[in-house]
Write a protein that binds this ligand. Structure first.
Ligand SMILES: [Zn+2]
Ligand SMILES: [Zn+2]
Length: 280
């Protein structure tokens, strides 16, 4: 069977993990079962876990941890994985820093770099190389419009490296950016309707690698929000005005592109302004 690599990006925004219907303490065991299942599918499968925390991103696994006490009733790779994820998570969770937005893009970028490092073509021994690499983002935060451009850049990198991005929105509103990330990389985006069925969603939708999903009836999204965020105010816009030279997006017609400094004729500005729908 074919080895597959999974990099998990875990959104640990503390404000969203105190809910009665799914607390972090209820979530973690289900996550570990899912990660163990990925490792168990074939011995060649590889796994990395990244956490997006307020203002920083860290790698939780693989990571150097102390020796794990032997347990005759547990498969050692499972114990090592569980111990590393839990120990590093506990060490990194800091309730004081809770105000800053979580560094989702930072964690996503680290996942891309990690996959790049273990990919064919680098000096990595072939046994450790990633095949069929994918990233699964477990998100609890709404879109952060200031991260539109870095997220799009991460999506383009993933496309170039043939990395599939899956996303599961566990709490809150649908995220436009993660829908687009999944759509543009051939991955799946799922909004978690039933939080009591988290593990089932993870196993059904996200355990099979992209190649296997073609022959399975995996749940998928039926609508995608393709809206972009303007570069000037980072608002998500229904109608954007695109610089014809550098493709920057603005929420209103501008005389000069702030990205590439191209000047637009006053005639064009007038025509665009006249064509705009009246404000609601
Ligand atoms: Zn704007
Ligand atoms: Zn421009």
């Amino acid at each position: 069977s074919m080895a597959s690599h999974l990099s998990l990006v875990l959104d640990l925004a503390p404000a969203h993990w105190h809910r009665a219907d799914l607390s972090l303490a209820q979530f973690l065991p289900q996550l570990l079962v899912f990660l163990n299942a990925h490792v168990a599918l074939t011995h060649a499968n590889s796994l990395a876990v990244f956490a997006a925390l307020p203002g920083k991103s860290v790698m939780l696994h693989p990571a150097a941890t102390g020796p794990v006490a032997p347990d005759a009733n547990a498969y050692t790779p499972f114990r090592e994985l569980d111990a590393a994820v839990v120990a590093n998570l506990v060490a990194e969770l800091d309730p004081v820093a809770a105000a800053a937005p979580t560094a989702l893009v930072g964690a996503l970028t680290k996942a891309l770099c990690y996959i790049n490092r273990i990919s064919p073509g680098t000096s990595t021994p072939s046994s450790d190389r990633a095949s069929d690499p994918r990233i699964l983002i477990l998100s609890v935060s709404p879109d952060l419009s200031t991260s539109y451009i870095p997220i799009m850049n991460a999506i383009f990198s993933a496309q170039k490296m043939k990395i599939t991005i899956d996303a599961c929105q566990i709490f809150g509103p649908d995220t436009v950016f993660l829908q687009q990330a999944a759509h543009l990389t051939g991955g799946a985006y799922l909004f978690l309707d039933r939080r009591d069925a988290l593990l089932q969603y993870l196993i059904m939708a996200f355990l099979p690698p992209a190649a296997t999903r073609k022959v399975l009836a995996v749940p998928t999204q039926d609508k995608i929000d393709f809206r972009a965020a303007c570069f000037c105010h980072k608002n998500i816009v229904d109608i954007g005005f695109v610089c014809s030279v550098c493709l920057s997006i603005f929420c209103q017609p501008v005389p000069v592109c702030s990205t590439c400094r191209t000047k637009f004729p006053i005639k064009t500005l007038k025509r665009l302004n006249a064509s705009r729908p009246p404000p609601p």
